[in-house]
Design a protein around this ligand. Structure first.
Ligand code: SF4
Length: 496
């Protein structure tokens, strides 16, 4: 795609997002491309300079920020947490809810004075918000101190776009509303040496009626298995202890490839790699097949935690959401999973107050929560997103009713979470020690295989190791315990 100059008042290089294009799902073959080398003139451009990336939203975005950081560091930039020190400030944004967008606009407004004081600073907006026409128009109109807007498909073009932003006074806008390619070998700076995210696929074809993601992230496209496997092998070689496989719908992995190879096959191959823990997120119930359950039941480094959003417990609402499963099908899937993995930790996402949801339909959500017994849940009030089918549905539920439903749902879930955690009292669990507790420097914190947060007193030298902890005080969201041992041999005895 060429860069076009459309004589926009504020933007010189202007490829704005286009929701009609973003909706398209054609038959074009996904291109597997390699990251282009950094242009010669940009290689040392960041020497002695600093970057700051503010990240909003999901793990996918956090991982994209690691990629942006990797590219910037290849150009010589160093990270900073101080806005005053930064030469580049990027906002990697989330479009899933209105209030996430408002926060970013607030931040952009706040930084106007900084840009006036230090005109050399490059202020950029990336991520899902950039893929929305109305957002780009608003920035063009009201936030002309922004230098650069680029989309989720354009991250690998950051060196070129940055060069254009540095050379030009006009705003640089490049947002491809395409179905998307797969770009391999983009540099990354991972957050720590312990846990790593690995994208296995990009985009989404599910088009749930409330969701903006299929428009902002393109079509479902899987990375080749050999590329995923070699990335996980490399992380194992570097001593990482945990990998989280990422995708908007990881269970659809492989469906777009020209080989007969699905997510279960990928996990079967990855479990042979010597890395202690493998997680994945997010699952869509529709694509969760029997083979996948069979592979997960083999355990080993595949942990017993499945995040399985159900969104509503009522089949009619699920239909309006275009979730492609019924209440009964969801419950049947949970039954199969629990049969194969009796101690599975199930977590979920739930929306209340979807347009037209009646009290009876909401009761179905409550009863599903009770029936399944989730360990925890992310609960949300429905938030309309412009351009999605649900945004034009009649939203006839008063705000106070939505809030009251959310409260009832949270009360129920909290009770269940407490009861689930109580069952762990006096049990010994395996914990990967991640760091010192945020609230008490004498306390260490880490996570179980089921992703539960555990706090216990211990020597900070244990950070990065697996230890055994006896749970003494289970609470609603965390578990308190006592260190039993950090001897690897004993650990292996318990775990196996
Ligand atoms: S599966 Fe549905 S909710 Fe999830 S990203 Fe795709 S469209 Fe959005």
């Amino acid at each position: 795609m060429s860069i076009i100059d459309i004589d926009n008042k504020f933007a010189k290089y202007f490829i704005p997002p286009n929701i009609k294009e973003a909706k398209k799902r054609g038959k074009e073959v996904v291109q597997f491309l390699d990251f282009d080398p950094i242009p010669k003139e940009m290689i040392d451009i960041g020497k002695g300079k600093y970057y700051l990336i503010r990240t909003y939203g999901c793990q996918m975005n956090s991982h994209d920020s690691e990629t942006m950081a990797g590219i910037l560091e290849q150009m010589g930039y160093q990270p900073t947490d101080e806005e005053d020190e930064a030469d580049i400030i990027l906002f990697n944004t989330c479009a899933i809810r209105e209030n996430a967008e408002d926060k970013v606009f607030g931040e952009l407004g706040r930084l106007k004075h900084l840009k006036l004081e230090k005109p050399h600073i490059i202020l950029g907006v990336a991520g899902c918000m950039s893929q929305e026409e109305k957002v780009v128009n608003k920035i063009l109109r009201s936030y002309q101190h922004v230098d650069l807007i680029f989309g989720t498909h354009n991250i690998h073009r950051l060196p070129i776009l940055l060069r254009d932003a540095l050379l030009n006074k006009e705003m640089v806008v490049e947002v491809w509303s395409k179905e998307g390619d797969v770009i391999e070998h983009i540099p990354k700076v991972r957050q720590d040496g312990l846990k790593a995210w690995v994208s296995i696929m990009y985009g989404c074809d599910k088009f749930c009626t409330y969701c903006i993601v299929p428009y902002t992230r393109g079509k479902e496209r899987s990375r080749r298995p050999e590329d995923v496997i070699s990335e996980v092998r490399e992380l194992a070689r570097k001593g990482y202890k945990e990998v989280t496989l990422l995708g908007q719908n990881v269970n659809a992995y492989g469906k777009d490839l020209d080989i007969d190879y699905g997510f279960g096959d990928l996990l079967e191959d990855l479990r042979k790699i010597d890395i202690p823990r493998i997680r994945f997120t997010t699952s869509h119930p529709k694509d969760f097949d029997d083979h996948l359950i069979e592979v997960l039941a083999k355990r080993g480094n595949l942990v017993e935690h499945i995040h399985l959003p159900f969104q509503s417990g009522n089949t009619e609402i699920l239909k309006k959401m275009a979730r492609k499963y019924t209440r009964e099908e969801y419950l049947e899937l949970v039954r199969k999973i629990k049969q194969a993995i009796p101690d599975v930790v199930l977590t979920t996402d739930i929306i209340v107050g979807f347009p037209g949801e009646t009290e009876e339909q909401f009761q179905d959500t409550l009863s599903l929560v009770e029936k399944v017994g989730f360990d925890s849940a992310y609960t949300f009030i429905y938030s309309p997103r412009e351009g999605t089918p649900a945004a034009v549905m009649e939203d006839n539920i008063p705000e106070d009713v939505k809030k009251e439903r959310l409260q009832r749902l949270m009360d129920l879930q909290n009770q269940i979470s407490r009861d689930k955690n109580k069952q762990l009292k006096n049990q010994v669990v395996e914990v990967l020690v991640e760091g010192v507790s945020k609230t008490n420097s004498e306390v260490l914190s880490g996570r179980t295989r089921g992703n539960k947060l555990v706090n216990f007193k211990g020597d900070p030298a244990l950070i990065g190791q697996f230890v055994l902890v006896k749970i003494t005080e289970p609470q609603t969201w965390t578990l308190r315990g006592e260190l039993v041992s950090n001897a690897q041999e004993e650990l292996l005895d318990v775990v196996n």
